[in-house]
Write a protein that binds this ligand. Structure first.
Ligand SMILES: C[S@@+](CC[C@H](N)C(=O)[O-])C[C@H]1O[C@@H](n2cnc3c(N)ncnc32)[C@H](O)[C@@H]1O
Length: 313
């Protein structure tokens, strides 16, 4: 038995729903991940899944629900190992000092039977472990420094199949101009076609964007909870969305959940994920009147009852 006093026993998380997992993965992006990944399933588009920058697993848990039989889901994160350079180490210390791989794994296993392939280390190690031209979806959400993100985007290009989709996080956040620089550089001189943007993520492809853009526009036209418009950027249409009121799709189910959720957790081609059903509002409990109040209402003239009601409030 391990020699561990109560103070040294690590409390691993047991989230009962995805919202309890710390991280940054907002409903509008969940809707878009769901839409892109389900579309790939509907079209039988093959390929593996990759996430670079997993933190405590919020987006990885969600993405892992779309892994089909025979596919590999790989995640890469530094977790508690040091960054490559001083700037990356400072970024890690400032933003993610409580992160551990064990926490990620405990979170992930609360929702899935198996872990993804977990690579602990710098994102630059990914091409040594994931085959070129093998992925259908790559989520880049690791370092915010230009040099790293630029490399991550170049790797994504190599790893994705022609129908593959890349999602780039924090491409327009105030605190990380390096991500913006790397993202738009990939669009203006790296062959990346922008499809759409949310408040936090950019979605694009190095394949032909025409059909996917048109289908996404048709989908968004039917979503009253997500505002959108089309702008022309660098000579191509770009769908801009705003999803502050977006209704998240069905969430992966945790083994720690006590109640049965209304919607099945595992999305599939046969049963694509739809926005989670809103729980019906409970009917208000009937008001109970005291016996004295009931007697007063029944036997006294209305003007006296009114005065009595005011006194009994
Ligand atoms: C913004 S968080 C990821 C958020 C996560 N996708 C979610 O949904 O909550 C960024 C993660 O990238 C990792 N990271 C930072 N620099 C990295 C690098 N150079 N290589 C690999 N991972 C890195 C950090 O450890 C951190 O967990």
């Amino acid at each position: 038995m391990p020699d561990a006093s109560p103070e040294t026993v690590e409390q691993l998380p047991t989230p009962s729903e995805l919202s309890e997992v710390k991280g940054w993965f907002f409903p509008v992006d969940q809707v878009l991940f769901d839409w892109f990944l389900t579309r790939q399933t509907d079209r039988d588009e093959p390929g593996d899944l990759l996430e670079v920058g997993a933190y405590m697993g919020k987006s990885a848990i969600f993405t892992g629900s779309y892994r089909r039989e025979g596919e590999t889901f790989t995640v890469c994160d530094l977790f508690d190992s040091p960054g490559e350079d001083d700037a990356n180490a400072a970024e890690m210390q400032r933003s993610y000092s409580t992160l551990t791989q064990r926490t990620f794994e405990a979170n992930y296993l609360s929702f899935h039977d198996e872990l993804p392939v977990v690579l602990q280390g710098l994102s630059s190690m990914v091409p040594d472990h994931v085959k070129a031209g093998s992925c259908r979806f790559v989520h880049v959400d690791a370092s915010h420094l230009y040099e790293h993100v630029h490399g991550d985007i170049q790797d994504a290009r190599e790893l994705l199949l022609p129908h593959g989709i890349v999602a780039l996080d924090d491409f327009r956040a105030e605190h990380c101009p390096g991500v913006a620089a790397a993202t738009w550089e990939a669009v203006t001189s790296g062959g990346l076609h922008a499809i759409c943007i949310t408040g936090t993520k950019f979605y694009g492809t190095w394949g032909d964007p025409t059909a996917v853009r048109e289908e996404l526009l048709a989908f968004l036209a039917g979503r009253e909870d997500i505002w959108h418009e089309v702008q022309s950027v660098a000579g191509a249409p770009l769908i801009r969305t705003s999803g502050k009121k977006a209704v998240a799709p069905a969430q992966p189910r945790s083994r720690h959940t006590k109640k049965t959720p209304a919607v099945p957790a595992q999305p599939s081609a046969a049963a694509p994920v739809r926005p989670a059903a809103q729980a019906p509002k409970a009917a208000p409990a009937p008001r109970r009147r005291s016996p004295l109040r009931r007697l007063a209402v029944n036997v006294l003239p209305p003007f006296i009852t009114k005065a009595a009601r005011r006194l009994m409030k």
